[in-house]
Design a protein around this ligand. Structure first.
Ligand code: NAD
Length: 370
C-alpha cells in the first residue's frame, strides 16, 4: 500500500510516496518525471549493495536504461568539495542537457550532495529522492535543503532545490543498522515535540514498534512526519519563520557533533535527541515549560534507546566553553544572537532569541557533569 503526501509549493510542488515495498514499483512515476529519458542514479557503496538492484529493475521495467550508477563512498565525509567535484565531473561527463534527471538513492548524505549537484549542474536540473534511512525519509529528503560541509562547518555551502518526487520505501529500512534507525527516530520524535502532541502520545505507545521494524508502525511514523514537514515547508520554504522550529535540539546538537568531530561517536540524530532534551530542560529552567513535560520527553527517548545527555556518549571529555563557542557559530545565529527553539510543553515549540546566556551556561555545566 502506498500513501501520498503532497508538498505544496506552487509550480515546485511534488509528491512524497510512502509505503512498504514501493521502490520495486516506482519506475512508472519516475519515467513520468524523466519523460521517458534515462535518469542518472547516484548512491553510496553501502546502499548500492542492498537497494540498487531493485531501483535498476523498476527503471528497466519502465523502459529506462539508467546506465552505470555513480557510486560514492558511504559516510558524512563524502559531503565535501572533493566528492562534489567528482560527482559533477561524472554527471557532466555524460554530456547531459537541461532535461537530465538525477536520482539520489541513499541517506541524507547522498540526498544532500546529489540535490546540490542537481541545483548547480547547468544552473539547475531535476532530481528525485529515494531516501533509504529513517532520517532521510522523515526529514532530509523533503523540503529542498541541499548542500555539503566545509572545513568551516556543516552544510555551509548549498542551495534550496526541491526534488520532483520522493519515494520513501519503508522496506528499505529493514537493512539499516539499528543505531541508524534510532538516530532517524529522533527526528520522528521531533515532530511530536514541536507541534503534534497526539502524535507524541502515539509514539509513547508505539515507538518501540517503529524502532523494531513493524511495517505498519513505520509507515505511519514516516507518513505523519512527512506531513508535518510538508506543512511547515509549504508555509516557509526558506526558513524565515516556522521552518526554524525544525531546528528543535539542533543548536545544542550541532555543538555536540562539532565537539565529537562529526563521526561515528555521535550520530546527527543522537545529537538531536540529546539536544531536544536540553532544549526542554532549558525551557523548564527559564520557567516556560512544566517539568513533567521535559521528563516525558527524556523518558521516551531513553526508553527507545537513544542517548539523552552528553555523558551518555562514551569516551568524551566535554568542555562547556567549547560547546558554547560552537553554539555561537551555528548558522542560525543572527546579529551575533543565537535563536533557540524552546517549548511550552510537548507539541508547543517556539523560537526565542534573547535567552539568558548564564542560563545556557548553567544548563550545560550541569548536563556535562551528570
Ligand atoms: P547517511 O546518508 O550517512 O546514512 C547513514 C549510513 O547508513 C551510511 O553508512 C549509509 O551508507 C547507510 N545506509 C543508508 N541506507 C541504508 C540502508 N537502507 N541499508 C543499509 N545501510 C544504509 O546518513 P543519514 O543519517 O541518512 O543523513 C545524515 C545527513 O543528512 C547529514 O549530512 C545531515 O546534515 C543531513 N541532513 C539534511 C537535512 C536536509 O534538510 N537536507 C536534514 C537533516 C539531515
Amino acid at each position: 500500500m502506498s500513501e501520498t503526501v503532497r508538498v505544496d509549493l506552487g509550480t515546485r510542488s511534488y509528491d512524497i510516496l510512502v509505503g512498504d515495498g514501493i521502490l520495486a514499483r516506482a519506475g512508472g512515476r519516475i519515467a513520468d518525471i524523466t519523460r521517458g529519458r534515462a535518469p542518472i542514479v547516484v548512491t553510496d557503496d553501502h546502499v548500492a549493495q542492498h537497494h540498487l538492484p531493485t531501483l535498476e529493475r523498476t527503471l528497466r521495467d519502465a523502459g529506462l536504461d539508467a546506465g552505470t550508477p555513480i557510486i560514492l563512498p558511504a559516510g558524512e565525509k563524502t559531503k565535501d568539495f572533493a566528492h562534489l567535484e567528482r560527482l559533477m565531473d561524472a554527471v557532466l561527463g555524460r554530456g547531459i542537457e537541461r532535461s537530465a534527471v538525477l536520482i539520489a538513492l541513499g541517506g541524507g548524505v547522498i540526498g544532500d550532495i546529489t540535490g546540490f549537484a542537481a541545483a548547480i549542474a547547468l544552473r539547475g536540473i531535476d532530481f528525485i529522492q529515494v531516501p533509504t534511512t529513517l532520517l532521510s525519509q522523515v526529514d532530509s529528503s523533503v523540503g529542498g535543503k541541499t548542500g555539503i560541509n566545509t572545513r568551516h562547518g556543516k552544510n555551509l555551502v548549498g542551495a534550496f532545490h526541491q526534488p520532483r518526487l520522493v519515494v520513501a520505501d519503508t522496506a528499505t529500512l529493514d537493512s539499516l543498522p539499528k543505531r541508524e534507525v534510532l538516530a532517524g527516530y529522533a527526528e520522528v520524535a521531533k515532530y511530536g515535540l514541536i507541534r503534534l502532541p497526539d502524535f507524541w502520545d502515539w509514539l509513547e505507545a508505539n515507538g518501540a514498534r517503529v524502532v523494531e521494524g513493524d511495517s505498519a508502525a513505520r509507515r505511519h511514523a514516516v507518513k505523519v512526519s512527512c506531513e508535518a514537514k510538508a506543512a511547515i515547508v509549504g508555509v516557509d520554504e526558506r526558513e524565515s519563520g516556522d521552518r526554524a522550529l525544525l531546528n528543535l535540539g539542533h543548536t545544542f546538537g550541532h555543538a555536540l557533533e562539532a565537539a565529537t568531530g562529526y563521526g561515528s561517536r555521535l550520530l546527527h540524530g543522537e545529537a538531536v535527541a540529546i539536544g531536544m532534551v536540553l532544549a526542554f530542560d532549558l525551557s523548564v529552567r527559564l520557567g516556560l515549560c512544566p517539568g513533567q513535560d521535559a521528563v516525558r520527553a527524556r523518558r521516551h527517548l531513553e526508553a527507545v534507546g537513544l542517548p539523552t545527555k552528553p555523558t551518555d556518549v562514551p569516551g568524551v571529555e566535554w568542555d562547556v566553553d567549547e560547546l558554547i563557542a560552537a553554539m555561537a557559530k551555528d548558522k542560525k545565529v543572527k546579529d551575533g544572537r543565537i535563536t533557540f527553539v524552546l517549548a511550552r510543553g510537548i507539541g508547543q515549540a517556539f523560537t526565542q532569541r534573547d535567552v539568558d546566556p548564564e542560563a545556557v551556561r548553567a544548563l550545560m555545566e550541569e548536563a556535562v557533569s551528570k
